[in-house]
Design a protein around this ligand. Structure first.
Ligand code: FDA
Length: 407
Protein backbone atom coordinates (compact mmCIF):
# COMPACT_ATOMS: atom_id res chain seq x y z
CA UNK A 1 0.00 0.00 0.00
CA UNK A 2 1.30 3.47 -0.89
CA UNK A 3 1.86 5.49 2.25
CA UNK A 4 2.22 9.26 2.60
CA UNK A 5 1.93 12.11 5.07
CA UNK A 6 -0.65 13.90 2.97
CA UNK A 7 -2.97 12.81 0.20
CA UNK A 8 -4.21 15.81 -1.79
CA UNK A 9 -7.25 15.10 -3.96
CA UNK A 10 -7.55 17.52 -6.92
CA UNK A 11 -4.58 18.86 -8.90
CA UNK A 12 -6.12 22.21 -9.79
CA UNK A 13 -4.96 25.61 -8.60
CA UNK A 14 -5.31 25.02 -4.85
CA UNK A 15 -4.19 21.38 -4.84
CA UNK A 16 -1.08 21.91 -6.99
CA UNK A 17 0.01 24.92 -4.97
CA UNK A 18 -0.63 23.26 -1.61
CA UNK A 19 1.25 20.13 -2.76
CA UNK A 20 4.32 22.12 -3.83
CA UNK A 21 4.51 24.10 -0.59
CA UNK A 22 3.87 21.05 1.63
CA UNK A 23 6.46 18.99 -0.26
CA UNK A 24 9.04 21.74 0.07
CA UNK A 25 8.35 21.83 3.81
CA UNK A 26 9.46 18.21 3.96
CA UNK A 27 6.18 16.32 3.81
CA UNK A 28 5.70 13.17 1.75
CA UNK A 29 2.87 14.27 -0.54
CA UNK A 30 0.72 12.27 -2.95
CA UNK A 31 -1.37 14.39 -5.34
CA UNK A 32 -4.15 12.67 -7.32
CA UNK A 33 -6.64 13.90 -9.89
CA UNK A 34 -9.20 11.99 -11.93
CA UNK A 35 -8.98 14.20 -15.04
CA UNK A 36 -6.82 13.25 -18.01
CA UNK A 37 -5.23 16.71 -18.28
CA UNK A 38 -3.67 18.68 -15.47
CA UNK A 39 -5.22 21.97 -14.29
CA UNK A 40 -7.57 22.50 -17.20
CA UNK A 41 -9.28 25.36 -15.40
CA UNK A 42 -6.04 27.27 -15.12
CA UNK A 43 -5.43 26.63 -18.82
CA UNK A 44 -8.78 28.11 -19.92
CA UNK A 45 -8.73 30.91 -17.34
CA UNK A 46 -8.51 34.58 -18.20
CA UNK A 47 -9.17 33.86 -21.87
CA UNK A 48 -6.07 31.60 -21.93
CA UNK A 49 -3.82 34.12 -20.15
CA UNK A 50 -4.73 33.40 -16.49
CA UNK A 51 -5.79 36.37 -14.38
CA UNK A 52 -3.71 34.98 -11.53
CA UNK A 53 -4.37 37.56 -8.81
CA UNK A 54 -5.57 41.09 -8.12
CA UNK A 55 -3.51 43.95 -6.74
CA UNK A 56 -6.61 45.59 -5.20
CA UNK A 57 -7.25 42.71 -2.82
CA UNK A 58 -7.27 44.02 0.76
CA UNK A 59 -6.87 41.08 3.18
CA UNK A 60 -8.08 43.29 6.05
CA UNK A 61 -11.44 43.77 4.30
CA UNK A 62 -12.18 40.46 2.56
CA UNK A 63 -15.94 41.21 2.43
CA UNK A 64 -15.16 43.78 -0.28
CA UNK A 65 -14.23 41.11 -2.83
CA UNK A 66 -15.43 37.80 -1.39
CA UNK A 67 -18.84 36.41 -0.54
CA UNK A 68 -20.06 33.44 1.44
CA UNK A 69 -21.86 32.96 4.75
CA UNK A 70 -18.80 34.38 6.53
CA UNK A 71 -16.47 36.42 4.29
CA UNK A 72 -14.24 37.19 7.31
CA UNK A 73 -13.23 33.51 7.27
CA UNK A 74 -10.72 34.17 4.48
CA UNK A 75 -8.99 37.06 6.26
CA UNK A 76 -6.27 35.01 7.96
CA UNK A 77 -5.20 33.00 4.88
CA UNK A 78 -5.32 36.03 2.58
CA UNK A 79 -3.12 37.96 5.03
CA UNK A 80 -0.59 35.18 5.37
CA UNK A 81 -0.13 34.64 1.63
CA UNK A 82 -0.92 37.79 -0.32
CA UNK A 83 -1.28 38.81 -3.95
CA UNK A 84 2.23 40.29 -3.67
CA UNK A 85 3.61 36.94 -2.43
CA UNK A 86 2.19 35.04 -5.41
CA UNK A 87 3.31 37.77 -7.80
CA UNK A 88 6.83 37.45 -6.43
CA UNK A 89 6.73 33.69 -7.14
CA UNK A 90 5.57 34.40 -10.70
CA UNK A 91 8.51 36.82 -11.09
CA UNK A 92 10.98 34.27 -9.70
CA UNK A 93 9.82 31.89 -12.45
CA UNK A 94 10.45 34.58 -15.07
CA UNK A 95 6.81 34.75 -16.16
CA UNK A 96 6.01 38.10 -17.75
CA UNK A 97 2.69 39.66 -16.76
CA UNK A 98 0.73 42.88 -17.03
CA UNK A 99 -2.06 44.69 -15.22
CA UNK A 100 -5.42 45.08 -16.92
CA UNK A 101 -8.10 47.27 -15.40
CA UNK A 102 -9.02 47.23 -11.71
CA UNK A 103 -5.83 45.60 -10.44
CA UNK A 104 -6.19 42.41 -12.49
CA UNK A 105 -2.85 40.72 -13.23
CA UNK A 106 -2.61 38.52 -16.35
CA UNK A 107 0.21 36.53 -17.88
CA UNK A 108 1.62 38.06 -21.08
CA UNK A 109 1.87 34.74 -22.90
CA UNK A 110 -0.22 31.77 -21.86
CA UNK A 111 -1.83 30.11 -18.87
CA UNK A 112 0.46 27.15 -19.55
CA UNK A 113 3.30 29.19 -17.99
CA UNK A 114 1.47 29.07 -14.65
CA UNK A 115 0.72 25.34 -14.87
CA UNK A 116 4.40 24.71 -15.63
CA UNK A 117 5.38 26.88 -12.66
CA UNK A 118 3.12 24.94 -10.28
CA UNK A 119 4.39 21.59 -11.57
CA UNK A 120 7.99 22.79 -11.14
CA UNK A 121 7.20 23.75 -7.54
CA UNK A 122 5.69 20.29 -6.97
CA UNK A 123 8.78 18.63 -8.45
CA UNK A 124 10.97 20.75 -6.13
CA UNK A 125 8.96 19.36 -3.23
CA UNK A 126 9.27 15.75 -4.42
CA UNK A 127 5.50 15.44 -4.83
CA UNK A 128 4.21 12.14 -6.23
CA UNK A 129 1.54 12.96 -8.80
CA UNK A 130 -0.94 10.37 -10.05
CA UNK A 131 -3.14 11.57 -12.89
CA UNK A 132 -5.55 10.37 -14.15
CA UNK A 133 -6.45 8.54 -10.97
CA UNK A 134 -9.94 8.49 -9.48
CA UNK A 135 -10.57 8.32 -5.75
CA UNK A 136 -13.31 6.04 -4.44
CA UNK A 137 -13.80 5.29 -0.75
CA UNK A 138 -12.24 7.33 2.07
CA UNK A 139 -12.16 5.72 5.51
CA UNK A 140 -10.85 7.10 8.78
CA UNK A 141 -9.21 5.00 11.46
CA UNK A 142 -8.94 7.17 14.56
CA UNK A 143 -5.44 6.02 15.49
CA UNK A 144 -4.13 5.25 12.02
CA UNK A 145 -5.18 8.10 9.72
CA UNK A 146 -6.96 7.62 6.42
CA UNK A 147 -7.26 4.70 4.05
CA UNK A 148 -8.27 5.77 0.56
CA UNK A 149 -9.22 3.58 -2.41
CA UNK A 150 -7.88 4.87 -5.72
CA UNK A 151 -7.63 3.56 -9.28
CA UNK A 152 -3.99 2.74 -8.51
CA UNK A 153 -4.69 0.85 -5.34
CA UNK A 154 -5.20 1.68 -1.68
CA UNK A 155 -3.34 4.59 -0.10
CA UNK A 156 -2.60 5.26 3.54
CA UNK A 157 -2.36 8.95 4.47
CA UNK A 158 -1.99 10.64 7.83
CA UNK A 159 -4.02 13.56 6.50
CA UNK A 160 -6.25 14.20 3.48
CA UNK A 161 -6.65 17.57 1.75
CA UNK A 162 -9.65 17.96 -0.53
CA UNK A 163 -9.04 20.45 -3.35
CA UNK A 164 -11.55 19.23 -5.91
CA UNK A 165 -13.06 22.66 -6.63
CA UNK A 166 -16.67 23.32 -7.57
CA UNK A 167 -19.11 22.16 -10.22
CA UNK A 168 -18.58 24.70 -12.98
CA UNK A 169 -17.62 23.42 -16.43
CA UNK A 170 -18.45 19.73 -15.77
CA UNK A 171 -16.94 18.70 -19.13
CA UNK A 172 -13.39 19.25 -17.78
CA UNK A 173 -13.60 17.15 -14.63
CA UNK A 174 -15.65 19.13 -12.10
CA UNK A 175 -17.31 16.99 -9.45
CA UNK A 176 -19.18 17.27 -6.17
CA UNK A 177 -16.59 15.02 -4.46
CA UNK A 178 -15.74 17.58 -1.75
CA UNK A 179 -19.31 17.99 -0.58
CA UNK A 180 -20.11 14.28 -0.71
CA UNK A 181 -17.06 13.59 1.43
CA UNK A 182 -17.89 16.47 3.78
CA UNK A 183 -21.38 15.04 4.31
CA UNK A 184 -19.97 11.53 4.78
CA UNK A 185 -18.08 12.90 7.79
CA UNK A 186 -21.03 14.90 9.12
CA UNK A 187 -19.82 18.33 7.98
CA UNK A 188 -22.24 20.99 6.83
CA UNK A 189 -22.39 22.21 3.23
CA UNK A 190 -23.86 25.52 2.08
CA UNK A 191 -26.00 24.63 -0.93
CA UNK A 192 -23.76 25.09 -4.01
CA UNK A 193 -25.01 27.30 -6.86
CA UNK A 194 -23.49 28.63 -10.10
CA UNK A 195 -21.83 32.06 -9.74
CA UNK A 196 -20.04 34.45 -12.09
CA UNK A 197 -22.54 33.22 -14.65
CA UNK A 198 -24.65 34.83 -17.44
CA UNK A 199 -28.31 35.51 -16.57
CA UNK A 200 -31.22 34.36 -18.73
CA UNK A 201 -34.63 35.92 -19.35
CA UNK A 202 -38.05 34.79 -20.48
CA UNK A 203 -37.90 34.26 -24.27
CA UNK A 204 -40.97 36.37 -25.17
CA UNK A 205 -39.97 39.25 -22.87
CA UNK A 206 -36.46 39.16 -24.21
CA UNK A 207 -37.50 39.30 -27.90
CA UNK A 208 -37.15 43.13 -28.23
CA UNK A 209 -33.57 42.94 -26.94
CA UNK A 210 -32.42 39.82 -28.80
CA UNK A 211 -31.57 42.06 -31.78
CA UNK A 212 -28.93 43.70 -29.56
CA UNK A 213 -26.91 40.45 -29.30
CA UNK A 214 -23.21 41.27 -29.46
CA UNK A 215 -23.59 44.85 -28.20
CA UNK A 216 -21.24 45.73 -25.33
CA UNK A 217 -21.32 48.93 -23.27
CA UNK A 218 -20.25 50.19 -19.83
CA UNK A 219 -23.12 50.15 -17.30
CA UNK A 220 -23.86 50.31 -13.62
CA UNK A 221 -25.62 47.13 -12.48
CA UNK A 222 -27.19 46.57 -9.07
CA UNK A 223 -29.15 43.94 -7.19
CA UNK A 224 -32.86 44.75 -7.15
CA UNK A 225 -33.45 44.66 -3.43
CA UNK A 226 -32.96 48.03 -1.72
CA UNK A 227 -31.71 46.34 1.44
CA UNK A 228 -28.03 45.42 1.13
CA UNK A 229 -27.82 46.69 -2.45
CA UNK A 230 -24.65 45.66 -4.27
CA UNK A 231 -23.58 47.51 -7.43
CA UNK A 232 -20.81 47.20 -10.04
CA UNK A 233 -19.54 49.57 -12.74
CA UNK A 234 -18.51 47.20 -15.50
CA UNK A 235 -19.12 46.25 -19.14
CA UNK A 236 -22.40 44.60 -20.15
CA UNK A 237 -22.84 42.26 -23.10
CA UNK A 238 -26.23 41.57 -24.73
CA UNK A 239 -26.61 37.95 -25.90
CA UNK A 240 -29.40 36.10 -27.75
CA UNK A 241 -30.76 34.64 -24.50
CA UNK A 242 -29.95 37.34 -22.00
CA UNK A 243 -27.10 39.33 -20.53
CA UNK A 244 -23.46 38.56 -19.98
CA UNK A 245 -20.14 40.38 -19.72
CA UNK A 246 -18.28 41.30 -16.51
CA UNK A 247 -21.17 43.40 -15.13
CA UNK A 248 -23.60 40.50 -15.19
CA UNK A 249 -21.08 37.88 -14.08
CA UNK A 250 -20.30 40.00 -11.02
CA UNK A 251 -23.93 40.67 -10.07
CA UNK A 252 -24.91 37.02 -10.67
CA UNK A 253 -22.99 35.98 -7.55
CA UNK A 254 -25.27 38.20 -5.46
CA UNK A 255 -28.50 37.68 -7.42
CA UNK A 256 -31.30 35.81 -5.64
CA UNK A 257 -33.82 33.92 -7.83
CA UNK A 258 -37.12 35.77 -8.08
CA UNK A 259 -35.56 39.21 -7.56
CA UNK A 260 -34.85 41.83 -10.25
CA UNK A 261 -31.57 43.43 -11.29
CA UNK A 262 -31.35 47.15 -12.08
CA UNK A 263 -29.28 48.61 -14.89
CA UNK A 264 -28.14 52.13 -15.62
CA UNK A 265 -27.28 52.02 -19.33
CA UNK A 266 -25.91 55.57 -19.30
CA UNK A 267 -24.01 55.69 -16.02
CA UNK A 268 -22.66 59.02 -14.82
CA UNK A 269 -24.92 60.99 -17.17
CA UNK A 270 -28.14 62.89 -16.44
CA UNK A 271 -30.08 61.70 -19.48
CA UNK A 272 -33.31 63.40 -18.42
CA UNK A 273 -31.65 66.82 -18.29
CA UNK A 274 -29.76 66.20 -21.55
CA UNK A 275 -32.95 65.33 -23.46
CA UNK A 276 -34.81 68.36 -22.07
CA UNK A 277 -31.93 70.61 -23.19
CA UNK A 278 -31.97 68.95 -26.62
CA UNK A 279 -35.70 69.62 -26.88
CA UNK A 280 -35.00 73.36 -26.71
CA UNK A 281 -32.19 73.30 -29.27
CA UNK A 282 -32.81 70.53 -31.81
CA UNK A 283 -35.35 69.24 -34.29
CA UNK A 284 -33.67 65.91 -34.82
CA UNK A 285 -35.47 62.64 -34.18
CA UNK A 286 -35.28 61.60 -30.54
CA UNK A 287 -33.44 58.43 -31.58
CA UNK A 288 -30.63 60.53 -33.08
CA UNK A 289 -30.34 62.67 -29.94
CA UNK A 290 -30.27 59.57 -27.79
CA UNK A 291 -27.53 58.05 -29.96
CA UNK A 292 -25.28 60.87 -28.72
CA UNK A 293 -25.46 59.34 -25.24
CA UNK A 294 -25.77 55.58 -25.75
CA UNK A 295 -24.76 53.26 -28.64
CA UNK A 296 -26.95 53.83 -31.75
CA UNK A 297 -28.22 50.21 -31.78
CA UNK A 298 -29.38 50.57 -28.20
CA UNK A 299 -31.06 53.91 -28.96
CA UNK A 300 -32.96 52.32 -31.86
CA UNK A 301 -34.11 49.32 -29.83
CA UNK A 302 -35.25 51.57 -27.00
CA UNK A 303 -37.32 54.12 -28.95
CA UNK A 304 -38.92 51.19 -30.80
CA UNK A 305 -40.67 50.27 -27.54
CA UNK A 306 -43.01 53.28 -27.42
CA UNK A 307 -44.57 55.37 -30.22
CA UNK A 308 -44.21 58.54 -28.11
CA UNK A 309 -40.41 58.12 -28.42
CA UNK A 310 -40.45 57.99 -32.23
CA UNK A 311 -40.81 61.72 -32.87
CA UNK A 312 -38.49 64.70 -33.31
CA UNK A 313 -37.16 65.64 -29.89
CA UNK A 314 -38.74 69.13 -29.99
CA UNK A 315 -42.19 67.52 -30.53
CA UNK A 316 -41.78 65.05 -27.65
CA UNK A 317 -43.56 65.72 -24.38
CA UNK A 318 -41.48 66.32 -21.23
CA UNK A 319 -43.19 63.29 -19.75
CA UNK A 320 -42.16 61.06 -22.66
CA UNK A 321 -38.56 62.28 -22.41
CA UNK A 322 -38.48 61.72 -18.67
CA UNK A 323 -39.94 58.22 -19.11
CA UNK A 324 -37.34 57.36 -21.75
CA UNK A 325 -34.48 58.63 -19.57
CA UNK A 326 -35.79 56.73 -16.54
CA UNK A 327 -36.17 53.53 -18.51
CA UNK A 328 -32.56 53.72 -19.66
CA UNK A 329 -31.00 54.80 -16.41
CA UNK A 330 -33.05 52.60 -14.10
CA UNK A 331 -34.02 49.57 -16.17
CA UNK A 332 -35.42 46.91 -13.88
CA UNK A 333 -35.64 43.39 -15.18
CA UNK A 334 -36.24 39.99 -13.68
CA UNK A 335 -33.93 37.17 -14.76
CA UNK A 336 -35.57 33.75 -15.02
CA UNK A 337 -32.33 31.96 -14.16
CA UNK A 338 -28.70 31.53 -15.05
CA UNK A 339 -26.86 29.68 -17.79
CA UNK A 340 -25.93 27.15 -15.10
CA UNK A 341 -22.84 25.07 -14.41
CA UNK A 342 -21.95 24.83 -18.11
CA UNK A 343 -21.17 28.55 -18.25
CA UNK A 344 -20.46 29.46 -14.62
CA UNK A 345 -16.89 30.47 -13.78
CA UNK A 346 -17.22 29.42 -10.16
CA UNK A 347 -19.39 27.78 -7.53
CA UNK A 348 -20.85 29.79 -4.69
CA UNK A 349 -21.53 27.84 -1.50
CA UNK A 350 -19.56 24.75 -0.53
CA UNK A 351 -18.12 23.31 2.67
CA UNK A 352 -19.52 25.40 5.51
CA UNK A 353 -16.78 27.54 7.07
CA UNK A 354 -18.31 26.97 10.52
CA UNK A 355 -16.92 23.45 10.26
CA UNK A 356 -13.41 24.55 9.18
CA UNK A 357 -10.49 26.25 10.88
CA UNK A 358 -9.57 29.49 9.10
CA UNK A 359 -5.95 28.94 10.20
CA UNK A 360 -5.38 25.34 9.12
CA UNK A 361 -8.39 24.48 6.91
CA UNK A 362 -8.81 21.33 8.98
CA UNK A 363 -12.43 20.39 9.40
CA UNK A 364 -14.18 19.18 12.53
CA UNK A 365 -13.25 15.75 11.18
CA UNK A 366 -9.63 15.41 12.45
CA UNK A 367 -7.01 15.25 9.68
CA UNK A 368 -9.44 16.15 6.89
CA UNK A 369 -8.83 19.55 5.25
CA UNK A 370 -10.71 21.45 2.52
CA UNK A 371 -9.20 24.27 0.42
CA UNK A 372 -9.96 26.39 -2.67
CA UNK A 373 -13.30 26.63 -4.37
CA UNK A 374 -14.72 23.60 -2.53
CA UNK A 375 -15.08 25.89 0.49
CA UNK A 376 -17.93 28.39 0.89
CA UNK A 377 -15.79 31.33 -0.21
CA UNK A 378 -16.40 32.95 -3.60
CA UNK A 379 -14.36 35.78 -5.04
CA UNK A 380 -15.29 38.51 -7.47
CA UNK A 381 -14.29 38.27 -11.08
CA UNK A 382 -10.74 39.56 -11.58
CA UNK A 383 -8.20 37.13 -10.09
CA UNK A 384 -9.74 36.88 -6.62
CA UNK A 385 -10.68 33.21 -6.94
CA UNK A 386 -7.15 32.15 -7.87
CA UNK A 387 -5.75 34.20 -4.99
CA UNK A 388 -8.11 32.30 -2.70
CA UNK A 389 -6.79 29.02 -4.12
CA UNK A 390 -3.14 30.10 -3.52
CA UNK A 391 -3.78 31.56 -0.04
CA UNK A 392 -5.89 28.68 1.27
CA UNK A 393 -3.44 26.15 -0.23
CA UNK A 394 -0.48 27.91 1.40
CA UNK A 395 -2.09 28.22 4.85
CA UNK A 396 -3.12 24.57 4.75
CA UNK A 397 0.37 23.43 3.72
CA UNK A 398 1.94 25.37 6.61
CA UNK A 399 -0.51 23.75 9.02
CA UNK A 400 0.21 20.29 7.63
CA UNK A 401 3.93 20.78 8.22
CA UNK A 402 3.31 21.99 11.76
CA UNK A 403 1.02 19.08 12.53
CA UNK A 404 3.39 16.42 11.21
CA UNK A 405 4.00 13.72 13.75
CA UNK A 406 7.74 13.09 14.31
CA UNK A 407 9.04 10.03 12.43
P1 FDA B 1 -9.97 23.58 -9.66
O1 FDA B 1 -11.27 23.47 -10.36
O2 FDA B 1 -8.90 24.43 -10.23
O3 FDA B 1 -9.33 22.13 -9.48
C1 FDA B 1 -10.06 21.05 -9.01
C2 FDA B 1 -9.38 19.79 -9.51
O4 FDA B 1 -9.98 18.68 -8.85
C3 FDA B 1 -9.56 19.56 -11.00
O5 FDA B 1 -8.30 19.31 -11.59
C4 FDA B 1 -10.48 18.33 -11.08
O6 FDA B 1 -10.17 17.50 -12.18
C5 FDA B 1 -10.16 17.64 -9.78
N1 FDA B 1 -11.24 16.79 -9.30
C6 FDA B 1 -12.56 17.09 -9.20
N2 FDA B 1 -13.23 16.05 -8.71
C7 FDA B 1 -12.32 15.08 -8.47
C8 FDA B 1 -12.44 13.76 -7.96
N3 FDA B 1 -13.62 13.24 -7.61
N4 FDA B 1 -11.32 13.01 -7.85
C9 FDA B 1 -10.11 13.52 -8.23
N5 FDA B 1 -9.96 14.77 -8.73
C10 FDA B 1 -11.06 15.54 -8.84
N6 FDA B 1 -10.33 32.65 -11.50
C11 FDA B 1 -9.43 33.67 -11.43
O7 FDA B 1 -9.06 34.06 -10.32
N7 FDA B 1 -8.96 34.25 -12.57
C12 FDA B 1 -9.34 33.85 -13.83
O8 FDA B 1 -8.85 34.34 -14.84
C13 FDA B 1 -10.32 32.82 -13.90
N8 FDA B 1 -10.83 32.43 -15.11
C14 FDA B 1 -11.73 31.41 -15.18
C15 FDA B 1 -12.26 31.04 -16.42
C16 FDA B 1 -13.15 29.98 -16.50
C17 FDA B 1 -13.74 29.61 -17.84
C18 FDA B 1 -13.52 29.27 -15.33
C19 FDA B 1 -14.45 28.09 -15.40
C20 FDA B 1 -13.02 29.66 -14.10
C21 FDA B 1 -12.14 30.73 -14.00
N9 FDA B 1 -11.64 31.15 -12.77
C22 FDA B 1 -10.76 32.21 -12.71
C23 FDA B 1 -11.99 30.46 -11.51
C24 FDA B 1 -10.81 29.52 -11.12
O9 FDA B 1 -10.48 28.71 -12.22
C25 FDA B 1 -11.22 28.64 -9.93
O10 FDA B 1 -11.74 29.43 -8.89
C26 FDA B 1 -10.00 27.86 -9.43
O11 FDA B 1 -9.48 27.03 -10.45
C27 FDA B 1 -10.38 27.03 -8.21
O12 FDA B 1 -9.25 26.28 -7.84
P2 FDA B 1 -9.45 24.86 -7.13
O13 FDA B 1 -8.09 24.27 -7.08
O14 FDA B 1 -10.23 25.02 -5.91
O15 FDA B 1 -10.33 24.02 -8.16
Amino acid sequence: MHSCDVLIVGAGAAGLFCAGVAGQLGLKVLLVDHAAKVAEKIRISGGGRCNFTNRDLDPRAPHKHFLGENPQFCRSALSRYTAADFTALVQRHGIAFHEKHKGQLFGDRSSDDFIRMLLTECAAGGVTHWQPCAVHGVRHHPDAGYEVDTDRGPVHATRVVVATGGLSIPQIGASDFAWRLARQFGLRVVEPRPALVPLTFDGSHWAPYAQLAGLALPVRIATGLKKQRVAFDEDLLFTHRGLSGPAVLQISSYWQPGTPVRLDLAPGRDLGAALLTAKLQSRRLLVNELAGHVPARLAEAWVGQDPSWQRPVNESSDKALAALAARLSDWELCPTGTEGWRKAEVTAGGVDTRDLSSQTFESRQPGLHFIGEAVDVTGWLGGYNFQWAWSSGFACAQALAQARTPA
